[in-house]
Design a protein around this ligand. Structure first.
Ligand code: HQG
Length: 185
């Protein structure tokens, strides 16, 4: 497994979604034991050493993974579908945050607001460029602007992952500006 991006994708799979794929167990806070991870990945066909794993963690474009201080454990910073507690602290969000999505979801979002779907949280971005990239994974992106200041004032909790992604439980439709993109263009 030489290609760092390929390793990163595989790590996302086992540290966020399917640890059982290689017989790995995450603890309640999403941590995997590093030696066990390396052994179990290697047992599944390809050898991965600690130095390469460290390179993946350090060079990852979105800083998706983190080691514990003593480097004995590793976890994904956000994006899980397995139930883990990432120990996020509630924070005051910026006045607005953005969500990148695609046109085919708009009717449902208008009806139900933004829901976390398979993940543990709704993911919001502090800058437009990131939101465009997130939406762009699925097609022509549409940007929704969320009135996070008003949501926070109304009692909704916000968290920020170690790699800067803003998270919340849901965004009711009344806080979403659906015409934001057209106003921009
Ligand atoms: C949509 C990647 C119908 C939502 C990215 C999104 C991000 C609804 C999709 C991170 C809905 C869920 C997360 C509703 C929301 N009805 N559709 N009520 N509410 N949706 O992948 O935000 O590279 O779970 O708009 O960059 O796209 O993996 O969430 O399109 O940071 O690190 O349902 O994943 O990061 O999709 O992406 P996702 P997301 P990584």
């Amino acid at each position: 497994m030489k290609d760092l991006k390929h390793i990163s994708k595989f790590l996302s799979l086992v540290l966020r979604h399917k640890p059982e794929k290689i017989g790995l167990t995450l603890d309640a806070n999403g941590w995997a034991n590093v030696d066990e991870l390396l052994q179990k990945i290697s047992r599944n066909g390809v050898s991965l050493d600690f130095e390469t794993l460290e390179q993946v963690v350090i060079s990852n474009d979105k800083q998706r993974f983190a080691f514990s201080e003593d480097l004995s454990r590793i976890r994904a910073n956000q994006g899980h579908t397995v139930q883990v507690d990432l120990e996020y602290e509630a924070l005051v969000p910026p006045a607005f945050l953005y969500h990148g999505t695609v046109p085919k979801f708009l009717d449902a979002i208008q009806a139900q607001g933004l829901q976390k779907m398979q993940r543990l949280h709704v993911h919001l971005s502090a800058d437009l460029e990131t939101a465009l990239k997130v939406g762009g994974r699925r097609g022509k992106p549409v940007i929704l602007k969320v009135d996070t200041e008003r949501m926070h004032a109304d009692g909704f909790a916000f968290y920020r992952s170690k790699n800067g992604v803003w998270l919340c439980e849901e965004v009711p439709a009344r806080y979403i500006n659906f015409t934001y993109e057209t106003k921009q263009s």
